[in-house]
Design a protein around this ligand. Structure first.
Ligand SMILES: NC(=O)c1ccc[n+]([C@@H]2O[C@H](COP(=O)([O-])OP(=O)(O)OC[C@H]3O[C@@H](n4cnc5c(N)ncnc54)[C@H](OP(=O)(O)O)[C@@H]3O)[C@@H](O)[C@H]2O)c1
Length: 296
């Protein structure tokens, strides 16, 4: 890198695990050479060779830059790493996966120490970082002023989306999307379990499965609209009574194939509960009510 490609914004990055290392490399490539620190110093060595400045302690890393990014294992490790550092006048951006309450508590903790705070939820895996076309990004919540000031440098590593002044909102968005992903992977796991011992070419099946899941995503905006209007019945094309009956076929097929129903059964039970309360003419939106208000 030549001097004229180095940006003036100084940033420090604490945490060089898989994600922290990907972020460090993306900032190096974008002309923002970071000061880096990691609890296990050996992980910083390759980055030093690539142009990062290595701090010997977390306190030294925090002192080196007005913008301090933490990418550590969990909220407890953030507290441990920053313990005893001087955060006064710093902007702390914590992209460690946290719960919304942990993010709010960490924001209050940082403010008490004189720092502005942003919480981040990373919607990417390391190979997507530093590649704008990958679709990866980070949800940010917290100080709008700090976000405005640092949007360019934060976004130089991986896309930046601000979701509000409540720092917990970034983590809530992160966890909500991850939770949906978890349900999707549960379904994918079950589907492969059903076919794996049959004469089904698995690669062809994978293509069919992906295509089907993408087609089913078309219903996501409709769920939002129904939750907003409270109308769960107008224009329903796959009613709950039919879906609950269909579940019996799904569960029986699992048994026929010798596949455990432990991933499938809880969702089927939820549908049965909603049906038992007389909502057979709805689509699946009422299940959201059942989760948030169990007596609905
Ligand atoms: N990797 C992903 O696909 C991915 C995707 C989205 C979000 N994230 C989030 O990004 C964060 C980092 O993930 P990662 O994949 O980089 O994890 P990782 O590879 O397991 O690295 C964990 C990092 O945390 C440090 N650490 C752990 N406990 C510590 C402590 N008590 N004090 C100081 N440092 C401590 C480790 O230091 P040592 O090297 O000394 O052990 C290492 O730098 C997590 O919150 C994760 O949920 C990861």
């Amino acid at each position: 890198m030549t001097d004229d490609t180095v940006n003036s914004t100084r940033l420090s990055l604490l945490g060089l695990g898989d994600m922290g290392t990907a972020l460090a490399r993306a900032w190096l490539a974008a002309g923002y050479p970071p000061t880096v620190w990691n609890r296990t110093p050996a992980r910083a060595e390759p980055l030093a060779a690539e142009g990062a400045v290595v701090a010997a302690t977390a306190a030294e890393a925090v002192a080196a830059s007005p913008l301090v990014v933490t990418c550590l294992l969990d909220d407890a490790s953030v507290g441990a790493a920053l313990d005893g550092t001087d955060l006064a006048g710093r902007d702390l951006v914590n992209v460690t996966t946290s719960t919304p309450e942990q993010a709010r508590a960490r924001a209050a903790w940082a403010r008490k120490r004189g720092a502005r705070f942003l919480s981040g939820g990373v919607m990417a895996v390391p190979p997507m970082v530093g590649r704008p076309a990958s679709g990866g990004y980070v949800f940010y919540g917290g100080s709008p002023e700090a976000f405005r000031e640092h949007e360019a440098v934060l976004g130089a590593a991986v896309g930046a989306r601000f979701v509000g002044a409540d720092p917990g909102l970034a983590d809530l968005h992160d966890v909500a999307l991850l939770s949906a992903m978890s349900g999707m992977f549960a379904g994918i796991t079950h589907a492969f379990a059903l076919v794996r011992n049959e004469e089904v070419p698995l690669k062809d099946f994978a293509a069919l499965l992906s295509e089907w899941l993408v087609a089913m995503l078309a219903s996501v905006p409709e769920t939002a609209e129904r939750l907003e209007t409270g109308d769960y019945t107008t224009g329903v094309v796959s009613n709950l009574a039919m879906q609950a009956r269909g579940n019996q076929t799904l569960l029986r097929t699992a048994e026929e194939q010798g596949v455990s129903t432990e991933l499938l059964a809880p969702y089927a039970r939820l549908m049965e509960r909603r049906l038992a309360r007389g909502h057979g003419d709805e689509d699946g939106t009422g299940l959201v009510d059942l989760l948030t208000r169990p007596t609905a």
